[in-house]
Ligand binder design. Structure first.
Ligand SMILES: Nc1nc(=O)c2c([nH]1)NC[C@@H]1CN(c3ccc(C(=O)N[C@@H](CCC(=O)O)C(=O)O)cc3)C=[N+]21
Ligand SMILES: [Mg+2]
Length: 295
């Protein structure tokens, strides 16, 4: 039976660390790190994430505000908002919540964010720097996954890591991170066109699922003793819940926990670490902005 990689506890310890860093920063006479989140429209999941981010940021002593716009905002107007935040010297970090409405090109907006303020780490300059191992903002979900492993003292040296999902915000940056010299995993990235997926996942010492399909990874696809990380947050209809739905990951938790050595739950796993690592990136953005090199 797997041990639980407890996102609630691990994220709390990251948040405590960031709160102490922010305190030391303001004690030294600096203003608090400043994060601005841009939210377009009223997608309920996005609203929930953004509320969570704001709460975490405030508790850590970060100055956080969400700028809200109707979902009929033009791409040009949104680019104008980004430009104002880029040039505003009181702003350290910018996060434009995704997904954006269909009439706006996500990539154009991400590319417009000043890489020095790109606390999501989605700008090509930061993704490129991550790939070559240069200092960069690391996307919060992959960063959070690695932080969970480190804080739980899970040995990654020589591990076979299999990532299911090739997105620019999870799968690809996580692959780059796991290849780095302080992790030393051997990485395979699988996706919807992978032939015989289970043959790959069954070889994984570290299996990460980021596909967005509830309970997609079942016990028969997992090697005995694997470390299993679930990035999925799927809303599944459930009439017995007040909200009418419950959250399910991409991993069939009940089945897979019997085989794994470690497993992340949903909720209470990677999502909370994602939020916590955004705070860390925002603290680092403030340091960079003040020309103090990030640790
Ligand atoms: N520019 C941008 N940056 C992001 O980092 C970003 C984004 N857009 N768009 C959406 C995804 C998803 N994401 C999550 C954040 C927190 C939880 C989270 O707090 N999860 C809780 C529960 C959440 C709930 O109750 O709905 C948990 O897993 O326990 C989940 C997912 C950030 N994302
Ligand atoms: Mg779009």
């Amino acid at each position: 039976m797997a041990q639980i990689l407890n996102g609630k506890e691990l994220a709390q310890s990251v948040r405590n660390d960031v709160a102490a860093e922010v305190q030391a920063w303001t004690d030294s006479g600096q203003r608090p790190p400043c994060l601005r989140v841009v939210l377009i429209g009223s997608n309920p999941a996005s609203e929930a994430y953004v509320r969570g981010k704001e709460k975490d940021a405030r508790e850590a002593g970060i100055d956080s505000e969400t700028l809200r716009f109707d979902d009929d905002i033009s791409e040009a107007d949104l680019l104008g908002v980004v430009d104002r935040l880029n040039t505003d010297p009181s702003v350290d970090g910018i996060l434009v919540q995704l997904p954006l409405p269909d009439h706006i090109d996500d990539r154009s907006v991400i590319d417009a964010i000043d890489p020095e303020k790109d606390v999501d780490g989605f700008h090509p300059e930061n993704l490129g720097r991550l790939l070559i191992g240069a200092p960069s903002f690391i996307p919060a979900t992959p960063f959070g996954i690695v932080e969970m492993l480190k804080r739980s003292k899970i040995e990654t040296e020589g591990m076979r890591a299999v990532i299911v999902g090739r997105s620019n915000i999870v799968g690809k940056p996580l692959a780059a991170l796991l290849m780095q010299r302080d992790i030393n995993a051997t990485v395979t990235v699988c996706h919807s066109r992978t032939r015989n997926l289970a043959a790959h996942t069954r070889e994984a010492d570290l299996l990460v699922a980021a596909v967005g399909r509830a309970n997609f990874i079942t016990a028969d696809m997992v090697k005995e003793g694997a470390v299993v990380v679930d990035v999925g947050i799927n809303r599944v209809d459930d009439e017995s819940r007040d909200k009418g739905y419950r959250l399910a990951g991409d991993i069939d938790f009940e089945g897979v926990r019997e085989k794994a050595s470690w497993i992340t739950p949903v909720p209470g796993g990677v999502g909370l670490m994602t939020r916590a690592m955004l705070l860390k990136n925002t603290m680092n953005a403030a340091r960079r902005h003040a020309d103090v090199v990030a640790p």
